[in-house]
Design a protein around this ligand. Structure first.
Ligand code: ATP
Ligand code: MG
Length: 337
């Protein structure tokens, strides 16, 4: 029986919505190619994927892994794609144990480093692993000393060579590259180097605006919500881009929270006020930005910033709406109070 959580309510569906934007699909195909080519070529075709925090790297690779779930067969469990999070701090034993546990070894922590390694190689082959994904690969840089953990990186090279299975390493931009560059033999195995960049908004290059515009549109559709028409669409999108720096995680955060506020107020669309509040509550500190891109145009109610969402969500929509009959202030006025 599957125990996977399935969103039921509109709010749950909105929060769980997965956006298949073009770059997402493109990278999915790149990973598929590495997995496929490694099966038919003599040498594993490894890939790296980097991007800033919130770019959507983990979501992408976890979604990919879900397409290749483990299955039980007469000869044992088959795990075509092995997704692992690199622990922090990481040592060879830690990483081997995490992988052995995922592959079902009941004694995943028992034995010497060499014994764990030998068991892992055997299990990767027995379980028919076709791709290993190592998320948070930047944990190979020691936080305290800033040194690359050369032993772990050497061990990985050995593992890739011994198993012939390709690895996809995923982590923070710049760091992944530094780790690979520090080990030429490991680096050579990673012919495919990809990045998941934030969306760009440059009116001088209309294609960039179109791409971001489509992403926001996909998001509205997937979340079953719609954005305000208080501003011309282009102006609104430009402000959303400024508010999120084009980072997928920030856009999703803004939309999810603003949509939740709109739901609590019983409003059918996400108004500027909701965007302004969502930005103030969830993004402003993270992005260390003094200016709220929605504040100069949004009208907001004085109680909105101090009312806990859970309190509002317990109220029927009609009562929440009545609360809105208070006189509106500009967000800047509210933030000053
Ligand atoms: N394609 C997508 N569809 C819907 N939501 C997404 C998508 N990609 C990312 N998100 C959302 O953005 C947020 C950040 O995504 P994710 O954790 O994948 O980023 P990351 O690049 O792995 O960040 P970090 O480097 O901090 O680990 C999450 O809340 C996730 O749900
Ligand atoms: Mg991540």
């Amino acid at each position: 029986m599957s125990t996977e959580w399935v969103p039921v309510t509109a709010a749950e569906r909105a929060n769980a919505a997965l956006i298949h934007y073009p770059r997402f699909k493109e990278l999915h195909d790149e990973i598929r190619l590495c997995q496929h080519l490694s099966k038919i070529a003599g040498e594993p075709q490894c890939m790296s994927l980097e991007g800033r925090t919130g770019a959507g790297k983990s979501t992408l690779v976890k979604t990919y892994a879900r397409h290749f779930p483990a299955i039980e067969t007469n000869t044992g469990r088959q795990t075509p794609v092995l997704y692992l999070e690199v622990p922090s701090p990481v040592g060879i034993r830690d990483l081997a144990a995490v992988a052995l546990k995922r592959l079902g070894d009941p004694a995943y922590e028992r034995g010497t480093r060499a014994a764990l390694t030998m068991r892992l190689i055997a299990l990767i082959l027995d379980c028919g692993v076709e791709l290993v994904i190592l998320d948070d690969f930047h944990h190979l840089i020691d936080k305290e000393t800033n040194h690359i953990l050369a032993q772990v990186s050497d061990w990985l090279k050995y593992l890739i060579k011994e198993t012939g299975v390709p690895f996809l390493v995923v982590g923070i931009e710049g760091h992944v590259e530094v780790i690979l560059q520090a080990n030429p033999q490991l680096s050579r195995l990673f012919a495919a180097r990809e990045a998941l960049q934030p969306f760009v908004w440059d009116p001088g290059q209309p294609a960039t605006c179109q791409e971001f515009s489509r992403f926001v549109e996909y998001t509205e559709r997937a979340m079953e919500c719609s954005l305000t028409k208080e501003l011309p669409r282009l102006e609104l999108l430009s402000r959303i881009h400024r508010a999120t720096e084009g980072v997928v995680g920030n856009v999703m955060n803004l939309m999810r929270v603003a949509n939740e506020f709109a739901g609590q107020r019983g409003q059918p669309t996400i108004e500027l006020e909701m965007l302004a509040l969502a930005y103030a509550k969830r993004l402003q500190k993270h992005l260390n930005n003094q200016l709220n891109p929605f504040a100069d145009v949004a009208l907001v109610h004085p109680t909105a910033l101090i009312t806990a969402p859970t309190e509002l969500s317990r109220q029927p929509a009609s009562r929440a709406r009545r609360r809105n009959s208070a006189p509106a202030l500009s967000l800047q006025e509210v933030l000053r109070t």
